[in-house]
Design a protein around this ligand. Structure first.
Ligand code: PGA
Length: 267
C-alpha cells in the first residue's frame, strides 16, 4: 500500500534536555533570534526545561519560535507532589515531547503511562511529539518493527482519527541518540522505518491520517548531516538534542532546511 505524503511545513525541534538555567536559556534564545529569520514553511520549536518555559514565553518572538515541554503529568490536578500537568502548560506551549527514550529508560515510563500522557496532551490542546525507536539489542535481534508497532499502537490507542492528524511522531533509534560523532542511522534505513510508521498509522486510522501525521527523525543530528535526513521523502523535520543548545549548529540546521525547501522550489 503506497502512502502519498503531502509536503508540510518543516518542523525543527530543539530538545534542550537538562541544560541551561534561566539566564543561559535567555542568552541562547537571544542568539537564535539574531540568526533565525521568519520562514513561512519552517516551524522552529524550542523545548527548554520546565523552569525556563515561563520566562522564555515572555521573551520569545512568536512569529519565529514555538515552545514545547519536554514532559508533563497526565492528571490535570490533584495530590501529585512535584508534578506539572499538561493542563497547566496549555497557554505556554504548542507541543510536548512524550515518550522520549530517556524517559522510558531512566524514569521507567511504561507504554500505558505514555498513552495517558498522549491523551492528556491532546485533551488539553497540546500537540504530542511522540518519540519511538528501538534499542541496539532490539535492533540486533531484528525486533525493530515489533517495537515500533507496540509503541505506536499503544500510545495512540485512545485517540480518534481527527486527533491523529495533528500528532507528530519522531523516529529516534535509541542507539543513534547523542553518539557525539559515533554511530549514525543511515538515511535509507531511516526512510524504511518512517514508511513503516506511516503504514502503522494507515492500518489504524486510514491513509489520509497517515499522510497528515508529521514524522520527524532524531539521533545525533547536527548542521553537517541534517540535510541528509531532511531530504528523505516523507521526512517532515528533525528532533535535535545535543546540537540544539549551540546556536551556530542549531541555526545551521534551520539554514539547511531552508536551502532544501528553496532548492525544491517550495518557498
Ligand atoms: P541528540 O538527541 O540530537 O543529542 O542525539 C536527540 C534527542 O534525544 O531527541
Amino acid at each position: 500500500m503506497a502512502i502519498t505524503t503531502t509536503p508540510k511545513r518543516t518542523l525543527i525541534v530543539g530538545n534542550w534536555k537538562l541544560h541551561l538555567n534561566t539566564s543561559q536559556a535567555s542568552l541562547l534564545l537571544h542568539r537564535l533570534h539574531e540568526r533565525i529569520k521568519i520562514y513561512r514553511d519552517i516551524e522552529v520549536v524550542l523545548a527548554p526545561s520546565m523552569l525556563v518555559l515561563q520566562p522564555l514565553s515572555v521573551q520569545i518572538d512568536r512569529r519565529k519560535f514555538r515552545l514545547a515541554a519536554q514532559n508533563a503529568f497526565h492528571k490535570d490536578t490533584g495530590a501529585y507532589t512535584g508534578e506539572v500537568s499538561f493542563a497547566m502548560l496549555q497557554d505556554l506551549v504548542h507541543y510536548a515531547i512524550i515518550g522520549h527514550s530517556e524517559r522510558r529508560i531512566y524514569f521507567n515510563e511504561s507504554l500505558e503511562m505514555i498513552r495517558e500522557k498522549v491523551a492528556s496532551a491532546v485533551r488539553n490542546g497540546i500537540t504530542p511529539i511522540l518519540c519511538v525507536g528501538e534499542t541496539k539489542e532490539e535492533n540486533r535481534a531484528g525486533e525493530t518493527k515489533q517495537v515500533l508497532h507496540d509503541q505506536i499502537t499503544s500510545a495512540l490507542a485512545n485517540l480518534t482519527a481527527t486527533d491523529i492528524k495533528k500528532i507528530v511522531i519522531a523516529y529516534e533509534p535509541v542507539w543513534a541518540i547523542s553518539t557525539f560523532g559515533g554511530e549514525l542511522a543511515k538515511p535509507d534505513e531511516v526512510k524504511k522505518r518512517m514508511d513503516f510508521i506511516r503504514h502503522q498509522i494507515a492500518d489504524l486510522y486510514g491513509k489520509r491520517a497517515a499522510d497528515r501525521v508529521r514524522v520527524l527523525y532524531g539521533g545525533s543530528i547536527d548542521h553537517d548531516i541534517a540535510s541528509g535526513y531532511l531530504s528523505i521523502e516523507g521526512c517532515d523535520g528533525v528532533l535535535v538534542g545535543g546540537a540544539s543548545t549551540n546556536y551556530q549548529k542549531f541555526s545551521g540546521i534551520v539554514d539547511a532546511a531552508y536551502r532544501l525547501r528553496y532548492r525544491d522550489g517550495v518557498e
